[in-house]
Design a protein around this ligand. Structure first.
Ligand code: ADP
Length: 386
C-alpha cells in the first residue's frame, strides 16, 4: 500500500483510482477521455492529505457534474492515507473537444453511420407495428432493459414521431449532452436512449415529412455517440411510412420485428407494415402478439381483444416473405406493465416474474442469441489467387 512517504506510488495509486471512474454518458474512464487535467497532492491543514483533481468537462453545462464529483471523490478517498478530495471543474478547449470527438469516432474525422460499416457486430432490430397503441414502444423499452440486464450493451433510437414515449417509459429525464456536433445520449437502466422527442419543444406536434425524417434519422445514426453496441433497437412510427424506407437505406442490416394485438383489424395492418420490408429487402424475423389475454383471479384467460392475430400475421408474412416468420411470443395484458411504463422502470426490471415480464424477457433472450442473417451485409469476400 502506498504511503505519503512514497509520493510516486501515491500518485500512481490516485491515477489508478481515477481510471476506475467512468464518464456517465460516454461510459469510458475519464482518464482515457483526457478529462483529468491535473492531480495535486498536499496537506489538508488538519494533518491529513488532500488531493485536488482538476477535471475538464466536455461542456460547461454538463448535467452530470454532481455524479462525476461524487464518483471521483469516492474513488480517490479510498486510496490509503487520503483524507480529503477536492474536484475543480473546468471546461475542455475547442481543440480538446475536437480530439475527443475524433477519438470517439475511432480516428475518423467525418461522421459516418457506424452500424453500416462492414464488420459491424451490432444487431439492429426495428420494432414496427401497423397502428398505434398496440404496445410497440412498451415492447421496445422492455426488450432494451431486459437485454441490458443480461449484460448486453444496448441503445434505443425512438423514431416514433407520433408517439415518442420511450424517454418516459425508460425514465430518462436529462436531454443528450452536446459536444459541438456530437450528441451523448442519456443512459437509463444501462440503455442509451435517443428520441426525436428530445429535440421537439414540449407540447408541439411533429409535422416532419419524409426528407426531414430521413435527415433526422441519419443524424441520430451519425452524430450520436453510441459507442460499441451489441444491440440497437429502433422504435419505428406505426404504419408503412417513409421512415421504414429510410431505415432500409440507412441501416440495410436492420431486421424487423412486428408487434400486433390479437385483433383482426390490427393484424391486417400489421401484415402491411411487415410487407414493406419486401420493398426494402429487409428481413422480418418475427411477430410479437401483445395484449393477448387478461389472466383472471381463477387462472382462466379473458381474451379481451379476440384471439389469433399474432399467429395470422406470422403465417401471412411467412407466405409473403418466402421465409419462416415465427410468432415469437404472446404478451398478456398486465396492469404492472402499464404502471411500470408510466413510472419509468420497465416491468422486466420492476416485476421480472410477472407473466408479461417473463414473456418479454424470453423474447429478449431469443433476439440476443439468434444467429444473424446475411441480408444486406457485405460478406467481405475477396478473390484468392490459385
Ligand atoms: P404504441 O407504441 O404501439 O403506440 P404503447 O407502447 O405506447 O403503444 O402502449 C400503449 C398503452 O398501452 C400504454 O399506456 C401502455 O402502457 C399500455 N400497454 C401496452 N402493452 C400492455 C400490456 N400488455 N398490458 C397492459 N398495458 C399495456
Amino acid at each position: 500500500m502506498p504511503t505519503v512517504a512514497d509520493p510516486t506510488a501515491l500518485t500512481d495509486a490516485i491515477r489508478a483510482a481515477l481510471e476506475t471512474v467512468q464518464d456517465p454518458e460516454i461510459r469510458r474512464p475519464i482518464t482515457e477521455l483526457g478529462m483529468v487535467r491535473s492531480v495535486d497532492v498536499g496537506p489538508d491543514g488538519a494533518g491529513g492529505t488532500l488531493v485536488t483533481v482538476g477535471l475538464d468537462l466536455t461542456t460547461q453545462g454538463c448535467p452530470l457534474k454532481d455524479t462525476l464529483t461524487r464518483d471521483i471523490t469516492a474513488a480517490v478517498i479510498a486510496v490509503e492515507s487520503i483524507t480529503s478530495v477536492n474536484v475543480e471543474m473546468g471546461v475542455m478547449s475547442a481543440e480538446q473537444r475536437k480530439e475527443l470527438r475524433s477519438m470517439l469516432r475511432g480516428g475518423v474525422a467525418e461522421p459516418e453511420i457506424p452500424f453500416s460499416k462492414p464488420g459491424s457486430l451490432t444487431r439492429i432490430y426495428a420494432i414496427a407495428s401497423g397502428k398505434g397503441g398496440v404496445g410497440k414502444s412498451t415492447v421496445t423499452a422492455n426488450l432494451a432493459a431486459a437485454m441490458a440486464a443480461d449484460g448486453l450493451r444496448v441503445g434505443v433510437l425512438d423514431a416514433d414521431v407520433y408517439g415518442f414515449s420511450l424517454p418516459r417509459m425508460m425514465g430518462v429525464e436529462l436531454p443528450p449532452t452536446r459536444v459541438d456536433d456530437m450528441l451523448l445520449p442519456p443512459v437509463a437502466h444501462d440503455v442509451k436512449v435517443i428520441s426525436i422527442g428530445m429535440f421537439v419543444p414540449a407540447g408541439q406536434p411533429v409535422v416532419w415529412r419524409g426528407p426531414m425524417l430521413h435527415r433526422a434519422l441519419q443524424q441520430f445514426l451519425t452524430d450520436v455517440f453510441w459507442g460499441d453496441l451489441d444491440v440497437l433497437l429502433l422504435d419505428l412510427p406505426p404504419g408503412t411510412g417513409d421512415i421504414a424506407i429510410s431505415v432500409g437505406q440507412l441501416l440495410p442490416s436492420a431486421e424487423i420485428v412486428v408487434v400486433t394485438t390479437p385483433q383482426v383489424a390490427a393484424s391486417e395492418v400489421a401484415e402491411r407494415a411487415g410487407s414493406v420490408a419486401l420493398q426494402t429487402r429487409q428481413h422480418v424475423i418475427g411477430v410479437i402478439e401483445n395484449m393477448s389475454w387478461l389472466e383472471q383471479p381463477d387462472g382462466s384467460r379473458l381474451e379481451l381483444f379476440g384471439a389469433g392475430g399474432g399467429a395470422t400475421v406470422a403465417a401471412s408474412l411467412t407466405k409473403t416473405m418466402g421465409t419462416e416468420v415465427p410468432l415469437l411470443a404472446q404478451v398478456p395484458l398486465d396492469v404492472n406493465l402499464r404502471e411500470a411504463g408510466d413510472a419509468g422502470t420497465p416491468v422486466v426490471l420492476s416485476a421480472p416474474d410477472s407473466p408479461a415480464a417473463q414473456a418479454l424477457r424470453g423474447i429478449a433472450r431469443t433476439l440476443a442469441t439468434r444467429s444473424r442473417g446475411l441480408a444486406g451485409r457485405p460478406l467481405g469476400l475477396s478473390p484468392v489467387s490459385r
